[in-house]
Design a protein around this ligand. Sequence first.
Ligand code: UFG
Length: 329
Amino acid sequence: MRILVTGGAGYIGSHTVRMLEKEDHRVIVYDNLIKGHHESVKNSCFVEGDLFDTKLLKETMEQYKIEAVVHFAAYSLVGESMENPQLYYHNNVNGTLNLLNVMQECGINKLVFSSTAAVYGEPELIPIDESARKEPTNVYGRTKLIMENAMADYAKAYGLKYIALRYFNACGADEHGDIGEDHTPESHLIPLVLQTCLGKRDAIKIFGDDYPTEDGTCIRDYIHVNDLAKAHILSLKALFKGAESAVYNLGNGNGFSVKEIIETAEKVTGITIKKEITPRRAGDPAILIASSEKIKKELGWQPEYTDVEKVIASAWKWHQNHPNGFVEG
Ligand code: UFG
């Protein structure tokens, strides 16, 4: 397969690129490096480019005879999306529309799209399956839902074939320990906990311990980045075999509370972590757990990292090897 990976120098993108290359597919990474790190794909074919650079995007697709696109390039911080919706609508909606239009011009009709559990908002039922009510509680989730709807329209009108993957809480790192999560600013629980273990932060803040859960802290479904990567490859293969467009959840189906994650990190690292209970963070639902039965049944996907200790150990290896993330000149 000849695949263009937009946002391929990002966290989930770089893991997917590595897995695609291991299977000997031809991969072209297209990334503007605003959030991504060139270092994470240093051995890959790389084009530094923006989704809005229509000319370069088109030239890249033509030059490399691209057959399908995996589209990661997007902003993904919930808090930031509420403070600066313009940025999110512009990049995630306009940017993706531009990509769809260029794909259409180049005659490419296969797309795997990064979506999110944030499209559901506050769930009515746990586990959440794909047919659940979709009422995002933040701008980030809304921009992804808008694009899912746009792709459905493009599919009907222009024959686009797409698979949208709704990730729950992406985490962990490749076992080599040389690529991993490096966001600026970092807002995700596991990297913050591990940075606290490294002494880079004084304490981990627990955002609320008065939720209606057993220990009072929020429960999330943590899914390893390589299990996500595997789902992208299965999706591509399905599209190449003529599969119809589809939307799938990606989670482990198990929930862990914030306190359980911190306790597991203490066990994995052997370090006692200083904790501080603070008020709730706005917009955090109490429990988010996925049902991923649909992708298991239809594409044969199975998560390998069902043990949260193994997930945190993989992230810990990355953080120990790279306490300052990807340091680039
Ligand atoms: N948390 C803390 N302290 C912190 C950071 C997080 O207690 O310092 C808590 C949060 O309140 C939440 C849990 O840890 O209960 C996980 O928080 P993250 O920020 O790691 O992840 P979210 O669940 O908020 O969001 C993630 C992605 C979103 C995606 C969502 C879907 O960042 O893009 O999962 O489930 F939409």
